[in-house]
Design a binder for this molecule. Structure first.
Ligand SMILES: Nc1ncnc2c1ncn2[C@@H]1O[C@H](COP(=O)(O)OP(=O)(O)OP(=O)(O)O)[C@@H](O)[C@H]1O
Ligand SMILES: [Mg+2]
Length: 289
């Protein structure tokens, strides 16, 4: 794992610098949702954040890259016909594996029991990501629902994305693991754009305090500034929506947690867009070519 991280560090050093002269906005941006500890609410956040962006007239695709686990489709109560696994197996085009969920939400399933994306030979990997590249300009956002923790796969997705939303709960175990993610990422590429979301807060004050302490620690000890998108209350409506296999935003649109996520999406859309390469840059970085 450490050897692989060192390899990634070397490769990131050789990447092209960002070109600040070009305009941002017309391209497909890639947004990774991640966490240190598992089970903090990434998949629910990714799904409802995507639906919030759609409410604001954005075209969004969720790509479930927590490979081997079928998070998003279960939350949507959908059975995808095709997945990344079958795409590779049957040599399909990316258009063939895109499913349509509620409100025009697009999604790609990783496929149950499939976790070999980065173990594939270079040719197959390149073919897969080039195929993904055909989506450039067709959607505004691709949201990656990653697995938890610092696996090699997760790191590759985090390092390649335009923006990374890092979820934690106020629990110290979750906060410490989120800090480890920042430390690892910062050691490889200090230019990664990280934004914090504190989920499952019992009060606004608790959420704010968690975010403030986290930001202070990363600035002081890692020299990394992290913006905060805010906090989401702990809300019984979230597990209720999961049990109904309906997204929270549709099942309980006026719940406290849905309102918080909607506000975050508005805040996110107001943020200045630093120039990033979007989907093309993502693919270049993932393939390190
Ligand atoms: N704001 C919230 N309030 C209450 N419960 C929540 C909230 N957000 C998430 N949960 C609950 O936390 C659990 C984990 O959520 P989710 O599956 O989205 O996490 P995850 O980070 O994607 O997990 P994994 O790491 O296993 O992929 C679910 O049971 C969900 O109902
Ligand atoms: Mg998940």
């Amino acid at each position: 794992m450490l050897d692989q991280a060192n390899g990634l560090r070397e490769k990131m050093k050789n990447q092209q610098p960002e070109n600040p002269g070009r305009k941002a906005g017309k391209k497909t941006r890639v947004l990774a949702v991640t966490s240190g500890k598992g089970g903090v609410g990434k998949s629910n956040f990714a799904l409802n954040f995507a639906l919030s962006l759609i409410e604001q007239n954005k075209k969004v695709l969720i790509f479930d890259v927590d490979l081997g686990f079928a998070n998003i489709e279960v939350l949507l109560g959908l059975m995808p016909r095709e997945t990344i696994a079958t795409m590779i197996e049957k040599d399909l085009a990316v258009q063939d594996i895109i499913e349509e969920g509620p409100n025009g939400l697009l999604f790609i399933s990783g496929g149950n029991g499939f976790n070999e994306l980065f173990q594939m030979n270079d040719l197959k990997l390149e073919k897969f990501f080039k195929e993904l590249g055909t989506l450039h300009g067709k959607v505004d956002y691709i949201i990656l629902d990653t697995g938890a923790g610092l696996s090699y796969e997760n790191l590759r997705f985090i390092l390649a994305a335009d923006d990374v939303i890092l979820l934690t709960t106020p629990e110290p175990t979750s906060v410490t693991d989120a800090y480890s993610v920042v430390k690892m990422v910062q050691g490889i590429d200090p230019n990664v754009h990280l934004k914090l979301v504190v989920n499952q807060c019992i009060s606004e004050k608790e959420g704010q305090q968690t975010a403030d302490n986290f930001k202070q620690a990363t600035e002081q000890f890692l020299g990394k500034e992290i913006g905060s998108l805010g906090c989401i209350p702990s809300d019984a409506r979230v597990p209720e929506a999961v049990k109904r296999q309906q997204p929270l935003l549709l099942a309980y649109p006026n719940s406290e947690s849905a309102t918080a996520i909607r506000q975050m999406a508005s805040g996110f859309l107001q943020l200045p867009l630093p120039y990033k390469l979007g989907l093309k840059g993502f693919i270049m970085k993932i393939l390190f070519k």
